[in-house]
Design a protein around this ligand. Sequence first.
Ligand SMILES: Nc1ncnc2c1ncn2[C@@H]1O[C@H](COP(=O)(O)OP(=O)(O)O)[C@@H](O)[C@H]1O
Ligand SMILES: [Mg+2]
Length: 339
Amino acid sequence: MPPAPDVTGGRPSDLVGRRVADYLVEREIGRGGMAVVYRARDLRLDRTVALKLLAPELARNDTFRRRFTHESRVAASIDHPHIVPVFEAGETDGLLYIAMRYVPGQDLRVMLDRKGPLPAPTAGRIAAQVASALDAAHAHDLVHRDVKPGNILVAEGTDSDHPEHVYLTDFGLTKKSLSLTGFTTVGQFVGTLDYVAPEQISGRPVDGRCDVYSLGCVVFETLAGGPPFRRDDDMALLWAHQFDPAPPLTVHRPDLPAGVDAVMAKALAKSPEDRYGSCGEFVAALRAAASAAGADGGSHRATGVAGRGALPPGEAAPPPQPPRWALPVYPGSSPADGH
Ligand SMILES: Nc1ncnc2c1ncn2[C@@H]1O[C@H](COP(=O)(O)OP(=O)(O)O)[C@@H](O)[C@H]1O
Ligand SMILES: [Mg+2]
């Protein structure tokens, strides 16, 4: 049996044109600290997939292999519009791989690098979709553990009401959660520490609320242009996650009502007990706070995270009339009621 190809150290083109399990590797689409993602052809079903090949040293780690197998099964079993569907997870020639839906578009990391801070309505829509994916995972007792812009794929939406369709990917694939201190002993690249929850750092048990924290960091970045904590080195950053209060979002976004600061502070609370109980709860609170008029008599404009347009200062939005078909129906009140 030939030795496993070096998927992370080798040249990008190493595997292009080669066959891995039942997939023909077409081109590299991205790489992180522990994997390379290729666009590939599923030869059995003749369709395009994203094929993720994990670094060989992960395949040699028994804890990782067990979790990889378990969590890719759970992730594959969750059928959710905002979770990238996993088609197959397996092993070939000492390589762990995952085949999943190929999502055309860009990830949120690339989007933020290109566009900088997003308009509040866009940030709100993206956050809501990621939150629904995370809450669905949590309902299956699956904690993501690595919510970050690189794991949020932004594809084109269906229409102007849904300009983007967002997918969350990479459940349970983080090396950090095996042992965050692993990187100091092994000296390998672990990826970003910008979104890691305090309890992950200190090695306490994690549950869905660590994803609430990470989502809070991501949302902060989509609105502020950078993550809540920016420090010169990793140790200072880890310290900040554990002990420093996050700066108010409105320092970076004075256009947003002051109420968003309290919402962000709750999502980014150091102790899981002090955070929102779910990601959906956090995002709903954020959108409500962002679309509320300012507490100082309306000098803050409605900024429309919930989707409404900005209003002139001091003007309250009249509630929109529901369409006729959505009006309440009382017995005998409608000619169409007689069936
Ligand atoms: N299903 C997919 N479809 C399209 N592109 C993907 C898919 N999964 C991952 N990618 C791309 O591959 C890149 C590398 O992925 P990954 O190895 O997980 O690194 P990271 O998550 O650290 O960026 C991602 O950032 C993303 O742009
Ligand atoms: Mg990833």
